[in-house]
Design a protein. Structure first.
Length: 652
């Protein structure tokens, strides 16, 4: 047996210099990746190579002479596997299998085995050639691959937020995941083999969009887009789509990977955000315009007051010159128009002193009948609709009248060839979940509904902006709806407009309903004061930091026959007061630098507790709830207002 042992690697210069027999020996001895050895006809190991030693762990000395069944697992040995292998080799001419084998150290490995019978020249089996290869590594690599493929499959399958699927090179669906099912609505077996163009809206399909996207993906490697796609039920969604071309190692296109995400929600959220931003911008813009308008209107108010009362005083003195009188009347009318304008601006800026009263809307409308008819002319009819009973509202009736007048004129203007519009009101109860952006509570919903031209979306969105008008220069100020909105909001309500081109316009003003209705007997009958009757000339101190206004007040008072001292500040006023013991009345402005009117009154009261006092205030100057114990006079005021206030102050 010694001659079969191949124990040492021979050192040879060239293989071809060896005798033929040695060449085989050298060959086998050089093989380390395969175990190559011989068994005799009974299965006893009779030769051993380095590959065998490497994979099994036995040296030639240790293993030669042993039966090859020592390489088998005990269970396989007990089952007769070694004998079966040899027998198969004899009967079939060859045995080939993969299986577990045991190394010398007891560890197991997976192996590929080939056994060939070795026959003598007369054909008898004299032994077996055995070649085995350790496949453990290949097997574990394969297993790892299989399990990672499995993991990928599970991963892709269970993603529900993304549709992940594959297309063959022609665009037919070849795999489908849960996300695809959820987003597109098709089950796997419904969609496999179908062409992916069915996910496109018809117009896109006709325009060749599906083919184009595959062509781009094939050419550039990837296609990415946001576009509308169709679900199985026909509904559409905004999809973010990526198509990647898949190529094999040779660069040949074998299909496409498609990932689709439904971004409808995201885009909705984005739109909502943009809308909110736009609203915020509008609100800020209006706030700024409000500040500006309010400021300008405040100063104009004072100036117009001076102009108007000066004109009326001049008018008294020139009563016989008819030419002058008509000029003066012109000037007074222009000043009055200016005053109305500034009132509207103040109302828009929500900076107006509201003279809050219990108001019955039906009564208010009825009281305006004549004025409305005159304002809108004969071609337009007014229809009123009020329920039998309607709660009162707490509001400023004069403001509400001017709002209604504007709405009526707007309605008339929207119906150039005549028609009719409806003024109505009804009570509404709102809970906290109402979508009118109003607090919960009871409201009176006051509306003017016309059948006129209506507004397009652009006009509607700007209708309540101050100075926005479509009526042409000199015809409309564009302040009507702006003031109506300011007024409604200052009253704790809201203005709402519903309008469609050609379908008319409804403007609604929601005003909080009063807690209880007026009871006719509760209201004390207003004392009828006939201003200025039997009044003795008085000594009066007038205080205002605005020289023009002060001069005007003084002129009015002197015109009424009183003697007047004047002061341009609170401190000056105190000086005059201390100098002049015989004062009958103090009239002071409120908003003055240094010392306000209210502060002045407090100091005066300390010295002269019984002196009658009138406090003149512009729009919303006094913080609400201010107690003054003085008669209030709203600016701008004219001689009538002044006289009424004086009567009240002297009676206190
Ligand atoms: N009932 C309506 N039908 C159609 N459009 C209207 C209606 N009411 C208002 N509008 C549109 O809204 C714009 C603004 O109205 P708003 O009352 O604020 O100002 P105005 O009527 O133009 O001017 P002013 O009120 O000073 O006369 C109008 O110019 C008009 O385009
Ligand atoms: Mg108007």
């Amino acid at each position: 047996m010694e001659q079969h042992l191949l124990q040492k690697s021979p050192i040879v210069r060239t293989a071809s210099s060896l005798p033929v027999e040695d060449r085989y020996r050298v060959l086998i001895e050089s093989i380390t990746e395969y175990a190559v050895y011989l068994l005799d006809e009974n299965g006893i190991v009779i030769s051993w190579n380095p590959g065998a030693q490497k994979s099994m762990g036995y040296t030639a000395d240790e293993i030669i002479g042993q039966h090859f069944s020592v390489f088998y697992r005990p269970t396989n040995r007990a089952a007769g596997s070694p004998e079966i292998a040899l027998k198969t080799a004899v009967t079939e001419g060859r045995f080939e299998a993969e299986g577990w084998r045991v190394r010398k150290d007891g560890t197991e490995f997976w192996t590929h085995v080939v056994i060939d019978p070795v026959r003598s020249t007369d054909g008898a089996v004299v032994g077996f050639a055995k070649i085995t290869r350790d496949l453990t590594e290949r097997r574990s690599a394969e297993q790892a691959l299989r399990s990672s493929e499995e993991q990928f499959r599970i991963l892709v399958q269970s993603v529900t937020d993304y549709a992940i699927y594959m297309l063959d090179p022609k665009g037919f669906v070849s795999s489908w995941n849960l996300g695809a099912e959820r987003i597109k609505g098709y089950k796997t077996d419904e969609i496999l083999g179908e062409h992916f163009s069915r996910f496109y809206p018809e117009a896109d399909r006709k325009a060749g969009a599906p083919e184009e996207s595959l062509a781009i993906a094939a050419k550039e490697g990837r296609f990415e887009r946001e576009a509308w796609r169709v679900r199985k039920d026909g509904t559409t969604f905004l999809a973010h789509v990526i198509i990647d071309a898949i190529r094999n190692d040779d660069g040949e296109l074998i299909g496409f990977a498609k990932i689709t995400r439904d971004v409808t929600e995201r885009s909705k959220a984005q739109q909502a955000l943009e809308r909110t931003r736009e609203q915020l911008f509008q609100a800020q813009k209006l706030e700024a315009i409000g500040q500006l308008t309010g400021g300008v209107a405040h100063d104009f108010n004072n100036l117009l007051m001076v102009i108007q009362s000066s004109l009326s005083m001049i008018r008294k003195r020139v009563s016989d010159d008819s030419k002058l009188v008509s000029l003066l009347d012109n000037a007074s009318q222009a000043a009055a128009r200016g005053a109305t304008l500034t009132q509207r601006m103040l109302a828009f800026a929500r900076r107006q002193d509201l003279d809050q009263q219990m108001v019955s809307i039906p009564d208010l409308v009825r009281g305006m009948t004549e004025m409305l008819e005159r304002a809108i002319g004969p071609a337009t009819a007014i229809i009123t609709q009020f329920p039998l009973s309607l709660p009162d509202v707490v509001t400023d009736p004069n403001q509400l009248e001017s709002v209604l007048l504007n709405l009526a004129v707007n309605a008339r203007d929207a119906m150039p060839s005549g028609g009719s519009f409806v003024i109505s009101a009804r009570a509404e109860e709102l809970d906290v979940f109402n979508d009118h952006k109003l607090n919960a509570g009871r409201y009176v919903r006051f509306s003017v509904k016309d059948e006129g031209l209506g507004m397009d979306a652009a006009t509607l969105s700007r209708a309540t902006e101050p100075f926005f008008t479509t009526k042409g220069v000199g015809k409309g100020t564009g302040l009507g709806l702006a003031m109506a909105q300011g007024f409604a909001e200052q009253s704790g309500g809201r203005l709402m407009i519903d309008s469609q081109p050609g379908a008319g316009t409804t403007v609604e003003i929601w005003i909080p309903a009063a807690m209880s209705s007026r009871l006719a007997d509760d209201t004390p009958a207003p004392q009828t004061i006939v201003p200025g009757t039997n009044r003795q000339p008085l000594t009066i101190l007038a205080v205002d930091d605005d020289a023009l206004v002060l001069m005007n007040t003084v002129a009015m008072l002197e015109d009424l026959g009183h003697s007047v001292s004047q002061a341009s500040s609170g401190l000056r006023a105190l000086e005059v007061l201390r100098r002049e013991p015989k004062l009958d009345l103090l009239i002071t402005d409120h908003a003055m630098p240094g010392m306000t009117g209210v502060e002045l009154i407090d100091l005066v009261r300390a010295e002269r507790p019984h002196l009658p006092v009138i406090l003149a205030t512009g729009y919303a100057e006094l913080p609400s709830g201010t107690q003054t114990n003085a008669t209030r006079l709203a600016k701008p005021f004219f001689d009538d207002d002044l006289e009424k206030a004086m009567d009240l102050a002297l009676r206190r």
